[in-house]
Design a protein around this ligand. Structure first.
Ligand SMILES: [Zn+2]
Length: 233
């Protein structure tokens, strides 16, 4: 389950944006950095707002249902914060419960996506934005969070349809942000530094999941190659 940012004073994430801005200003003042370094910093400055359309989703086939504004914050990823991780959660409850609490402004947490047992996917927060789900500000800023309905101690929570659908979702995220498909970049909430959460728990089949993500990640490419071989462009 997601949790609020839980930021401890002085920890790394807190000053990341401040450092970015501070770094740019310092560089402009002293002209220490090479021109293209400056350019790169400038490009990474927050504040460039991308156009958004109500109800728009990042993952094909996902159904939009908005989380409360209090459970995420507006950002401009991947330009202000690079996205290099997918974080896997388990709700400790049902799909409807997850949607209800993520729409509740007092909950203080939500993930970008919620996956139901039958494979249905809800998107509640745009990937552009920072969802409060990892309990670690730096990890929130550079990850996409996916909840799965069910319970960590109940293996039957994790159905074939859920694994397949979630793997396609993660493969799409990895493709959009060029994230390697491995256990360093696709992690459980339990692996986030500083968390006391245990999800997705011992019954989540990581080998199977990574295998499915790799297959899904390769699939569109295979289709394109095949089309090319057949002269279809
Ligand atoms: Zn969690």
């Amino acid at each position: 389950m997601g949790e609020s940012e839980g930021q401890k004073p002085g920890s790394r994430g807190v000053s990341r944006r401040a450092l970015l801005i501070g770094g740019g200003v310092a560089a402009a003042g002293t002209a220490v950095l090479a021109r293209d370094d400056l350019g790169r910093l400038w490009w990474r400055m927050p504040g460039v707002v991308k156009r958004r359309k109500e109800g728009e989703v990042d993952a094909k086939g996902a159904q939009w249902t908005a989380a409360s504004d209090y459970n995420w914050r507006r950002a401009d990823r991947p330009d202000d914060y690079g996205i290099d991780r997918v974080i896997i959660h388990v709700v400790q409850g049902g799909y409807a419960t997850a949607l209800r609490v993520f729409k509740d402004p007092s909950h203080g947490a939500a993930t970008h996506y919620v996956v139901r047992k039958d494979g249905h996917v809800a998107q509640m927060i745009r990937e552009l934005d920072v969802a409060f789900h990892a309990g670690n500000r730096g990890y929130n800023e550079r990850s996409v969070g996916i909840e799965h309905e069910g319970f960590v101690d109940d293996k039957s929570s994790f159905t074939d349809a859920m694994y397949a659908s979630s793997a396609r979702l993660t493969a799409g995220i990895c493709e959009r942000y060029d994230i390697p498909v491995d256990r360093e970049h696709i992690i459980g909430h339990v692996e986030v530094p500083g968390t006391d959460h245990t999800d997705p728990g011992p019954h989540w089949d990581w080998d199977r999941y990574i295998r499915l993500v790799r297959a899904a990640r390769a699939a569109p490419r295979k289709a394109t190659e095949k089309a090319r071989a057949q002269g279809a462009g």
